[in-house]
Design a binder for this molecule. Sequence first.
Ligand code: HEM
Length: 390
Amino acid sequence: MSTRAEAFDHWIRTGFVELNTELENLYFAQKDRAQAIGVGDALKATLRDEGHVHVVALLAEGNTGDGFDSGFAVLGNVGMYLAALRRHELTNPAREERSPFPEASSLALHVGASLGMAPRFSTGHLSTHNLARAGVRKSFTSLADEFLFIDENTRGILSLQTAADALTRVIHLGVSSPVADVLFTTAKQSLEEVLLSNRRLFDQLDIARFFFCVRPYYKPYRVGRQEYRGANAGDFSGINEIDLLLGLCRANDPYYAQLLVDKMLFMLPQDQARLRECMTHTSLLDELLALAPEHAQQPWFRKNARAYLELCDLFGQTAAQHHDALVKRFIEEPAAHLEPDKLEGITASGPPLPVLLRALETLRDMRLAANRSGIATRYSDLARLRQALA
Ligand code: HEM
């Protein structure tokens, strides 16, 4: 990292965190915890001005060619800075046509374009590629609930990535291979870990602290003229690799394909490549269904098809848990108590909450292979496979 990139990174890990934490404590102490405008103005100005010094220095330096890690860290840092300005209402895409922070926008656009990513901070910055220094990882604040959220999200993502890796290896062995058992077991254990980390979030995360002090950093904001949606824990390829390899979602389904296209630039370049590659494979479900008529009584078929179905059940449970427990407890229920004017910008992707909830419900039902009309699930195909084993 160049000296300037290093200095910015140091500030993001220290002064930036302190200022955000002080501001959060001010907002949270109010009767109306959702009120940010007109509160802590001096602290906000300090945050804006201190960050600006680093941004201007880096913009003048240009691309140092220091390599992916440095560029990626700068993109995350300038993105976190802009996200904090958005959170503190120093910018709001609803009342502006372009970002009031042209230097930060230029820096984000320059680095984002050179990496092949959206010009904003993404999930990878705060999860799988959040480099800890002496045990401390990057965050917006030093609130215990933010660390809990970041850490459990990361554990969930890492486990889903492990499951996706294992399923990818099954593709290369073939679903009839006797040694696929090792991989099915790895995937199963990883999905069980996801259930556990989701459960810890459900039990331990403070609803009000999360809703009022953590979630607001994930709102959409403008970079230059364009508005970019916020990061969410789904911006990594592993979850979609599992969808596609299990065959529960299909890349030729127009709804799902649109989702894949939309999230592409929010992922790390290596994840983008994995997802593209994954789209070229036949799913395990289609492989098993093609083998079933001739081989359903063979021991290898029965063993592997059972292991496959067990994975589908577990994966469905993780999806139901995300929607019915986490989204409900930490977003839907607290949002129901907000005044309508405070609901704006509550979601990371921007649409009104009911629209977002319906979209998440669709994904849940695809992953559950639910018996639903109006969306293409694999309900009857899974039933056929179960029937073949009966
Ligand atoms: C407090 C915990 C959590 C809450 C409240 C939550 C809520 C949400 C919301 C509201 C979205 C939609 C994003 C938007 O447009 O606003 C979303 C997306 C997503 N989240 Fe979470 N989430 C939580 C934790 C997790 C964890 C631990 C994971 C697993 C690693 C995860 C995986 C995903 C995925 C994959 C998506 C993208 C949509 C999809 O493919 O299902 N989330 N989450």
